[in-house]
Design a protein around this ligand. Structure first.
Ligand code: FES
Length: 133
């Protein structure tokens, strides 16, 4: 079996939703201290839905593919669904990642959560009661 699935290679070569949202409602940036990779997510939120999402990833191919897939998975979805996106779901949608590359999908989960936390920070009234501070 090839090390990387066709989906990983596709999202690495043709990443979806790359870029910046200048007037984003939430921005999150996370990094992995070990490999030094950095991921930044921008969210545009309208009526509780992820209206638009873009990312910039300075990192490995799996991190780029994970960010790309993660944006596809949350675009057009309710904020609550985006908040619950797991790295496992991202990796599964990519038809798997090698074990030692799973941390790359964790960055995508963390970047989205961080952008949503920024959104709630800016809009405390939108924060669901069950969401930690
Ligand atoms: Fe660190 Fe992929 S090697 S995010």
């Amino acid at each position: 079996m090839a090390l990387y699935s066709e989906k990983v290679m596709d999202h690495f070569r043709n990443p979806r939703n790359v870029g910046v949202i200048e007037d984003a409602d939430g921005v999150g940036e996370v990094g992995n201290a070990k490999c030094g990779d950095i991921m930044k997510m921008y969210l545009k939120i309208e009526d509780g839905v992820i209206a638009d999402v873009k990312f910039e990833t300075f990192g490995c191919g799996s991190a780029i593919a994970s960010s790309s897939m993660a944006t596809e998975l949350i675009k057009g979805k309710p904020v609550s669904e985006a908040m619950n996106l797991t790295n496992k779901a991202v990796a599964e949608a990519l038809d798997g990642l090698p074990d030692y590359k799973m941390h790359c999908s964790v960055l995508a989960e963390e970047a989205i959560r961080s952008a949503l936390e920024d959104y709630y920070h800016r809009n405390p009234d939108k924060k669901p009661a069950d969401q930690p501070a």
